[in-house]
Design a protein around this ligand. Structure first.
Ligand SMILES: Nc1ncnc2c1ncn2[C@@H]1O[C@H](COP(=O)(O)OP(=O)(O)O)[C@@H](O)[C@H]1O
Ligand SMILES: [Mg+2]
Length: 500
């Protein structure tokens, strides 16, 4: 029953032939001083450009462009557009009928902007090519109805994160790599206008008295804003873009973030109601993995999800979703994750899925897991499975119950079955680096046993990390529980090796 990603006895598909580079491998790199092949260090030198790759890791069907950024017609036209926009915008806004700014009036608005822009361009007496004209039009419409310079970056599906470090520096993340974008704001007040536009519909404001705010864009993307004097280089906006279609388990297998054997094991573990903790750094793919693990929950169970910002997208029919709430401007009305976890226990959940444990809710989660809410899932910010256990201990202490350390460790070791560690590697890929089992206590120490791990062996000249995801040859000690839940796991799974 259920999905099988791994077929025993079969060699996993798509194992690359060692030593054979991808057919479209680029010619020798031009910019960084090339080393003689024999001198290639095993670690890649600092790379400033995204490595050209035959197969892009994330799904984004990025247009195969020559440069790193969208084609905008070179720096000169960028400068020109910026200057022109700055000059024309005030005039334009004065001459726009406010009725055109209502939602739904996109087409007439665009037509009117076109008219006004063309009028101004004629005054400029500089011939402007079609490309530049189109760009100016789009940017001005973005300015008037959207989030200004951010719109272009928000539209680009290949961009997963936008980081505004003050008006003139906007970084983006594309294919797991961070790069400087070619987009800028005019000045600091311009950034603040866009910030206001983002948070005003949520009834929030940002000013010196409340200089930090979390918000969400209409499409679900998460936004954090922090302004001076707390932020020293101007207003900082960080946007985690919400993918229109979230990554699924097959995507992770295709990217070799996990092996088919691990997908099979995790699917079985979720079905067998094991308690699983996903551990990883910021942006390593915790929420994505949580979404995938949750997708393995059978359709006849009642699932309760609890998040700070509802990001999970479960396909099951019986899902109740809860979202925490920050305090309002007067500092009242906060409902945090912990309150929601406690409340959820009175909602007859079969499964509790918590977006991220970062406070005292960790204790409530452990207690829930230990008292019949098996099969609960959550994530935690840590860099190794051992680190994850330590952090969990700290979080439990934040619940303020003054439990002795040993009692906390016992709670942890009896509640958690598996820790799935994911990492964002230097080449921008996200990979499951450990799947460890919590086996119990020995003296004062919680015993961790790796069942699978990623072992890095080398780095290709293009900077791609090579290695293998391998079973450690040790069977999970909870196989009885799997069996009693009627979930089968082939034993060879724990010896499976996937070369990357
Ligand atoms: N295995 C993966 N391969 C490629 N991209 C991934 C993978 N997992 C997540 N991502 C992308 O990385 C970004 C961060 O993922 P997310 O799950 O939100 O991270 P976290 O919750 O750890 O901060 C998202 O854009 C997501 O689509
Ligand atoms: Mg997350």
């Amino acid at each position: 029953m259920g999905m099988t990603f791994y077929i025993p006895g079969q060699k996993p598909p798509g194992v690359p032939v060692p030593g054979v580079p991808p057919s479209s491998a680029p010619a020798a790199p031009v910019n960084p001083a090339p080393l003689h092949p024999a001198q290639q260090p095993s670690k890649p030198a600092v790379q400033f450009a995204a490595p050209a790759e035959a197969k892009p890791t994330p799904a984004a069907p990025a247009a195969p462009e020559g440069g790193q950024h969208r084609p905008v017609g070179g720096d000169q036209s960028h400068e020109f557009c910026l200057k022109f926009k700055e000059k024309v915008l005030p005039h334009l806004i004065q001459n726009l009928d406010p009725r055109l700014l209502k939602p739904g009036a996109e087409a007439p608005l665009r037509a009117r902007v076109e008219e006004l822009v063309d009028e101004q361009l004629r005054n400029e007496q500089i011939p402007v090519g079609r490309q530049v004209r189109l760009r100016i039009l789009t940017e001005i419409v973005d300015e008037v109805v959207g989030f200004g310079p951010l719109e272009n970056l928000l539209r680009d599906e290949a961009i997963s994160e936008i980081m505004v470090n003050g008006a003139k520096t906007i970084y983006i993340e594309r294919k797991g790599k961070i790069e400087l974008s070619n987009v800028t704001f005019f000045d600091e007040p311009h950034v603040r206008r866009v910030v206001d536009k983002i948070i005003a519909p949520l009834g929030r404001r940002v000013d010196e008295s409340s200089p930090m705010v979390d918000a969400r864009l209409p499409n679900g993307s998460r936004v954090n804003v922090i302004i001076p004097p707390l932020a020293l280089n101007g207003s900082i906006i960080t946007i985690r873009k919400f993918r229109a279609d979230p990554l699924r388990v097959h995507d992770l297998i295709n990217y070799k973030s996990i092996s088919p054997a691990i997908a099979t094991f995790l699917n079985a573990a979720v079905k067998a109601k094991m308690n699983i903790l996903i551990s990883g750094g910021t942006g390593s793919g915790k929420t994505t993995m949580l979404n995938i693990l949750s997708s393995f929950i059978p359709d006849d169970e009642r699932i309760c999800t609890i998040e700070d910002a509802a990001e999970l997208r479960l396909q099951q029919t019986h899902v109740v979703r809860l979202e925490s709430r920050p305090a309002n401007i007067e500092g009242k009305g906060e409902v945090n994750i912990r309150d929601l976890v406690k409340n959820s226990l009175r909602m007859r959940p079969d499964r509790i899925v918590v977006g991220e444990c970062r406070g005292g809710e960790a204790l409530d989660m452990l207690q829930a897991m230990n008292t019949g809410h098996d099969g609960s899932l959550t994530t935690l910010h840590a860099n190794t499975p051992r680190d994850c256990l330590n952090r969990l201990e700290t979080l439990v202490m934040m619940a303020g119950m003054e439990l002795p350390q040993r009692a906390i460790r016992e709670q942890i070791s009896s509640a958690i079955h598996y820790i799935v560690q994911i990492s964002r590697l230097n080449d921008g890929s996200r990979r499951m680096t450990y799947l460890s089992e919590v086996q119990g206590m020995e003296g004062q120490t919680i015993i961790l046993q790796d069942l699978f791990k990623f072992e890095q062996t080398s780095v290709t000249p293009e900077g791609k990390i090579r290695g293998s995801i391998r079973g450690c040859g040790i069977m999970s000690k909870y196989m009885d529980k799997f069996r009693s839940m009627g979930v089968g796991v082939p034993h060879e799974l724990f010896q499976n090796i996937l070369e990357i």
